[in-house]
Design a protein around this ligand. Structure first.
Ligand code: HEC
Length: 116
């Protein structure tokens, strides 16, 4: 198995709540922005962190979008990886999946407790 360098440097409340969060804004922003954001999830908001961390998903309300210390149990990761049991489609919808290294960085941040 290749060694994957993992870093959570891009994820924090400050970064996620900026108007152009890296990763999410360029890839997800066309659908997940503004008052009509898909699934009510605005990934370009000053409240993105709070919309993700500890919040129940719409598609599978038993599963939180970001469950602290549990990346496997976080719906955001399940959607990005197209995990079995998700409602709807793998994200980003209609685009190539995010590189696993990028997903692993998000996983690491979640597994560390989604620190601010
Ligand atoms: C072309 C439009 C489009 C793009 C681009 C897109 N999404 Fe989505 N997203 C949707 C739609 C529509 C839904 C609701 C249907 C579904 O879950 O498949 C959704 C649902 C979701 C959900 C589930 C929310 C919930 O509460 O159930 C997550 C998480 C998500 N998207 C994350 C992302 C991320 C992260 C990206 C970028 C990497 C992204 N999406 C890119 C359209 C999009």
């Amino acid at each position: 198995m290749p060694l994957v360098v993992r870093t959570r440097e891009k994820y924090s409340r400050r970064v996620l709540n900026s108007s152009k969060p890296p990763v999410f804004e360029p890839v997800c922003g066309s659908c997940h922005s503004g008052p009509n954001a898909s699934a009510g999830l605005d990934l370009n908001s000053t409240e993105t962190y709070d919309q993700l961390v500890g919040e129940d998903s719409v598609g599978n309300p038993d599963v939180e979008l970001v469950k602290k210390h549990d990346s496997d149990g976080s719906y955001l990761i399940q959607k990005l990886e197209g995990a079995a049991g998700i409602a709807g489609s793998q994200m980003p919808l209609g685009k190539a999946p995010l590189p696993q290294t990028v997903i692993n960085n998000i996983r690491l941040w979640i597994d560390e407790g989604a620190p601010e």
